[in-house]
Design a protein around this ligand. Structure first.
Ligand code: NOJ
Length: 459
């Protein structure tokens, strides 16, 4: 299926405070149903001081008032289910906010040291901050203290959280930063790097072989505990590791995000290698999100249709980030996120009015270009996305990498071929029959694939 990522803060405001909320999400479910997606993933909605916009949780079993109430949440789950949409929440098990009561009441829930080692935070800088006499570990911002998953009480507490939301009807979780759950118990320094990590990391992390600060060899024990609590619910892992290291995570999780694809350039051979590197049938395909940028900006507006075609014709689970269906690009950003990610998080554009139908108040981040791009006006990209999602079930399960060079990416999906031209000249399409769906009219006419275009064709 296709899962639609809702960055709640920027999706739809219902009360005029300029910040999206759960009632707002509920009011836009028809859009998701019309797109034909099978699930929605809600970015974190729990009470939080919002230093990392909800990824710094201060209460795992409540809803932050800015997003609504538990009653609003229940109503949203029911309304989504009525439309056949599954609901995925964002589970943040690696760290809590330093304002979570556990941080003062249960210091043994966290990772402490007398002296910091050389581990670096994901945003650059040391992964340790001082608190009283000791230092606590934070793999991300200092406001996000790492939980100690070697403490069985932490494991049990998080299992309760998982069960709490499942009992309210949630269908699964996107699990945050899960490669950071278990690290070296002896807190040994990361050794100097001898080879590139394989995914983009800040400069200070790139100088190290990131072997002790994450992905401990016994990670399976923590994953098994999560699976035990989740039962059959869908678990999609955010594992920020190169694909050869993903195996232990697949033993307990259903699907893992394709970070190599998310970071690939718009180049047939890079895209092909990233796709082939993911474990068969277990990828959660993704080309954009709230951390790493928007599809239309990364690849250029002229490639956005072909990129959507690629994303939505890959087998299994694909994640579509809100706004990508109308080709929304990145905006100027703001001063909210210290890591500079505001520019990927501008509000959804529902109509052509200055506030884009997102809010009646002052939006927390300005709209990018509602007059040019919005859902109400429709667009070729929006029609293409709907058509692709409708076609998807007919493509079967297999995926074969037929060709990935000279600007042509050719994937086999049963009796269909998916063809994408990443270059700026037309290319011959050998072995292709009639077009079934094209990123633009005539893209695959006359045995050639137009520049910047994609097509699903019969073999
Ligand atoms: C990944 C989330 O997507 C990102 O937004 C967040 O900053 C980190 N994990 C830490 O929770």
């Amino acid at each position: 299926m296709v899962a639609y990522q809702i960055y709640v803060r920027s999706f739809q405001d219902s009360d005029g405070d300029g910040i999206g909320d759960l009632r707002g999400v509920g009011s836009r479910l028809d859009h998701l149903a019309a797109l034909g997606v099978g699930a929605l993933w809600l970015s974190p909605i729990h009470p939080s001081p919002m230093h990392d916009f909800g990824y710094d949780v201060s209460d795992y079993t409540a809803v932050d008032p800015v997003f609504g109430t538990l009653g609003d949440f229940d109503a949203l789950v029911e309304a989504a289910h009525d439309r056949g949409l599954k609901v995925l929440m964002d589970l943040v098990p690696c760290h809590t906010s330093v304002e979570h009561p556990w941080f003062t009441e249960r210091p043994d829930f966290y990772v402490w040291a007398d002296e910091p080692n050389n581990w670096r935070s994901a945003f650059g800088g040391p992964a340790w901050s001082r608190h009283g006499e000791h230092w606590y570990l934070h793999s991300f911002y200092p406001e996000q203290a790492d939980l100690d998953w070697r403490n069985i009480e932490v494991v049990h507490a998080m299992q309760e959280v998982i069960r709490f939301w499942l009992a309210r009807g949630v269908d699964g979780y996107r699990v945050d930063a899960i490669d950071r759950l278990l690290k070296d118990p002896g807190l040994r320094d990361d050794p100097p790097a001898t080879a590139p990590f394989g995914l983009p990391v800040p400069e200070d992390s790139a100088a190290l072989a990131l072997t002790h600060s994450r992905n401990a060899p016994d990670i399976g024990t923590a994953l098994a505990a999560i699976r035990e609590a989740a039962g059959d619910a869908l678990l999609v892992g955010e594992v920020y590791l190169p694909s050869p290291l993903l195996k232990p995570y697949l033993e307990h999780l259903d699907a893992l995000f394709s970070f190599e694809l998310l970071h690939a350039r718009w180049d047939a051979s890079e895209l092909g290698a990233a796709i082939a590197g993911m474990p068969d049938g277990r990828a959660a395909w993704v080309l954009s999100n709230h951390d790493f940028g928007r599809l239309a900006t990364r690849f250029g507006h002229h490639n956005a249709g072909a990129a959507a075609l690629l994303l939505l014709t890959l087998p299994g689970l694909s994640f579509l980030y809100q706004g990508d269906e109308i080709g929304l690009g990145e905006g100027p950003g703001g001063r909210h996120d210290r890591a500079g990610r505001d520019r990927y998080r501008h509000p959804m554009q529902w109509d052509a009015t200055p506030r884009g139908g997102f809010t009646t108040g002052t939006p927390w981040l300005p709209l990018v270009d509602p007059a040019e791009r919005n859902v109400a006006a429709g667009s070729p990209t929006l029609r293409l996305v709907r058509d692709l999602i409708a076609l998807r079930p007919r493509l079967g399960d297999e995926l074969e990498l037929v060709e990935a060079e000279g600007g042509l990416l050719l994937l086999g999906r049963g009796e269909h071929l998916i063809a994408v031209n990443t270059g700026d000249t037309p290319l011959p399409l050998r072995g292709a029959g009639d077009p079934v769906l094209e990123s633009e009219p005539g893209a695959a006419a006359g045995g050639r694939l137009a520049a910047h275009a994609g097509a699903v064709v019969k073999r």
